[in-house]
Structures are given as C-alpha cells and as structure tokens.
Design a binder for this molecule. Structure first.
Ligand SMILES: Cc1ncc(COP(=O)(O)O)c(C=O)c1O
Length: 407
C-alpha cells in the first residue's frame, strides 16, 4: 500500500537524535532554544516558542489574551477540530463562518460575524495556502470594528482590537506578499506533527509578531513560564549551581518541547527549502499538470501573484461528485493500493458540535467543498513512479464510479 504521508527519517535525523540522547540533556534545553532561533530567522517574525503541539500553542495564546466565557472566537467551519476545541476549553463560543473557493475563511463572512463579544479571529491556512491577511489585518483595524471591541484584560486593552491568531498548522514556509507565514499577522501557530511538512514527531511553535507596544521577547518569556507549570525557572536554569530555588507564579500548563523533538526539527529545517519544499512543489506540479486534462478535476489553487502554498495537502476535488460518489472513489483508490484522505470533515458535522447546536447547512461552500474533496499523497520520498501510480489509481477510480453512475 502506498502510504499517505510517512515521515522522512534518515541517518542524519537518527544521528542528531542520538547526539541528544547521549548529551545528558533530553528535555527542553539548548537544542529547543536553537530551533526556536532558527525558526525566527527562517520565517522573519519576532520571537518563537516551541511547544509539544500546535493545539497547545493555540490554546495558550487564547488564554494569554484572556479569552473566557461570554467571548466569541471566529474560525472557518472547514478546519480540523483542534481549532474549535481550544476555544471550547477556554469556555468561549466558537463562531464558525463559511469558506471561499480556495478553502480558506471568507473575509466577508468574517466581517458579518463580528460582534462586541468577538475577541479573536482564527484563520486557518488550509493545505498550506495562506489566507488573505491584507484583508483580515485591515478588518480588525477598521474604526467601526475597533470601536465595537470590548477590552476586559490589560493585554486586550493594550492591543485595543480583535487579535488575529492564525492556525498555521499547515503553512510553515508558505509566502504571502514576499513574507513567510509567521510574519503575516499578530500570532501564528505551526504544527510539527508526524504528518506535517516539517516534523518533530509531535510538536508545534508559536510565532509571535505582535505590534508595538508589545515586546515580543517579554511575551515569549511570559509564555515560557505559562507553559511550564507557572514555574519561574526551567529545568536547565535550575541546574546552574546555587540556582535550585524556584517559585510558582501562576497555575501554569505543561506544554514544553523536548530536545529530542527539537533535534529532529533542526535537521528538517536545515533542508526544508532545498529538499522538502522543492520536492513537494514538484509533486504538486506533476499532479496539477496531469489532472488538468480531465474536466472532472478541480485543481486546488496553490499559487497566485501574491501568495504561494507550503505544498502541504493536494486537495483535489471531483467536479459534481456527491459525497457518496466521492466515498466510492476513495474505496476504489484504496483497492488499487494507494492511500488517500479527506481534509477535513467540517467541524459542524461532528457529533459533539451538532450537540452544541451547530448546523452544517449554514455553511454551503464548506459542504460543497468537503463532499467532493480527496487529498492525494504528498511527501519527500514519493518517487516519480509513485506519482504515476497515484494518478492512475485516481483517474481509473473516478472513471469507474462516474461511468457506473453515469454522472
Ligand atoms: C488545521 C489544524 N489545526 C491544528 C492542528 C493541530 O495540530 P497538533 O496536532 O500539532 O496539535 C491540526 C492537526 O492536524 C490541523 O490540521
């Protein structure tokens, strides 16, 4: 079976992990700090905090901003449940809005959804394609929208407007207006989960890019404490002779990245542009060229004059296919020993969210795009021969189902 998204683990990664294992320091330490600095330099934002997941990063930023019961957070209906769950954890209300043809949050819907309770907008760079940040950044600064904003905490007063917290789980390395994700809005959160473009097995990072008068380095230091029990010294700092005493300054969380994880990330980052993105782009281009010959294929938008994806997911759509036909096509593709996936089952279709009163019928573009979406395998070790195997499996399976049902 051709896998969907296996990690690329080679001797270089194994050597770096062994180096950490033998170093005597395996939890958060010098390699995590180095990885943070390298991410900041690569993306061009102000400061980076590495954590054990993107989910942790999204939740801690909502908590840092003081999001709580009675507050609303706007997000696309078309995302992974993590984006919504963290809002629930804070006791706030997820306000789902519909998406545009590029799978990303529709700015006009965002504008309509803003109320005096809106504290945060969480755009999602679906499949690695950046949202329209010019529009989103300007919406939160419109005088009539700023005047609606009710600040309940000192941090909210300092910002004086809705925070943009980008769920950039898919978009590490993507470009928009000549800048990389991380530097596109207030705060972005990356995922380094095993299936992501750049992995640390599990892991994530917060990219801080807050405007003045925020001092991003100070926010970073505050978050280090908040994500490690509220302890004012981390384990490494405590090893300095005479420095063993510590205090707990708040009831913090436990979300830190380990140096074992960071060692994988350091190797991944060192060859991210030259190997990972390069190969992923070749795969996208090959799929795109081959499939654009078929009138049933809707090729995902992954580049325009303003932006370029990180080539995370190739979200093919089968024109006019029903959800049932899409599912049959997927079954046929699997029969041909090729793994594919669907990104995502929209959050308002999940039983927990249905139970909370959400209704998928309020998001017509989300259903339309979900019901005929199939994500194709994209990974560094996918050979040209494999690409052809995937294409043959997809094209033949579509023919079998569409011909069978005489679409
Ligand atoms: C859009 C989106 N947001 C957030 C996450 C959560 O990332 P993590 O597994 O690193 O917590 C994912 C994971 O797949 C995701 O796809």
């Amino acid at each position: 079976m051709l896998p969907f998204s296996p990690p690329h683990i080679d001797q270089k990664i194994i050597d770096e992990v062994i180096d950490t294992l033998k170093s005597g320091w395996i939890t958060t330490g010098p390699k995590t700090k180095l990885f943070e600095k390298k991410i900041t330099a690569y993306c061009g934002h102000q400061s980076t905090l590495c954590l054990n997941s993107a989910t942790a990063g999204l939740e801690i930023m909502l908590r840092w901003f003081g999001v709580k019961e009675g507050d609303e957070v706007i997000l696309p209906a078309y995302t992974y449940s993590a984006t919504a769950n963290v809002i629930m954890h804070c006791g706030a209300k997820p306000v789902f809005v519909d998406i545009g043809d590029d799978f990303n949050i529709d700015e006009n819907e965002v504008r309509k959804a803003i109320t005096s309770n809106t504290k945060v907008i969480m755009p999602v760079d679906f499949a690695g394609y950046p949202c329209n940040y010019d529009e989103l950044n300007s919406i939160v600064n419109f005088p009539e929208i700023k005047s609606k904003f009710t600040a309940n905490t000192d941090i909210q007063k300092t910002l004086g407007r809705i925070l943009i917290l980008s769920d950039a789980a898919h978009s590490f390395g993507a470009n928009y207006n000549g800048k990389k994700t991380g530097a596109l809005t207030d705060v972005s959160v990356f995922s380094f989960h095993a299936v992501k473009n750049l992995t640390t097995a599990e892991g994530g990072a917060i990219a801080l890019n807050l405007p003045e008068p925020f001092n991003n380095e100070e926010v970073y230091k505050h978050l280090c404490i908040k994500t490690l029990h509220g302890q004012n010294k981390d384990a490494l700092a405590k090893t300095i002779p005479g420095n063993w005493k510590y205090d707990i300054v708040e009831a913090g969380y436990k979300m830190n990245m380990t140096d074992i994880m960071a060692s994988i990330g350091l190797v991944e980052l060192s060859r991210y542009d030259s190997e990972s993105l390069k190969r992923r782009k070749e795969i996208f281009d090959a799929y795109s060229i081959a499939l654009s010959k078929y009138n049933w294929a809707i090729i995902p938008e992954y580049q325009n004059d303003k932006k370029e994806t990180s080539y995370h997911l190739f979200a093919l759509r089968i024109k006019d296919a029903t959800e049932q036909q899409r599912d049959q096509i997927i079954a046929k593709i699997f029969e041909k020993q090729v793994s594919v996936n669907v990104h995502f089952i929209p959050v308002p279709m999940m039983s927990f969210y249905i139970g909370k009163g959400y209704d998928i019928n309020n998001y017509p573009n989300t259903i339309a795009q979900y019901q005929n979406e199939i994500s194709l395998p994209v990974y560094v070790d996918l050979t040209n021969e494999n690409i052809q195997t995937v294409l043959d499996a997809v094209i033949n399976s579509v023919k079998e189902i569409i011909a069978l049902t005489a679409l």
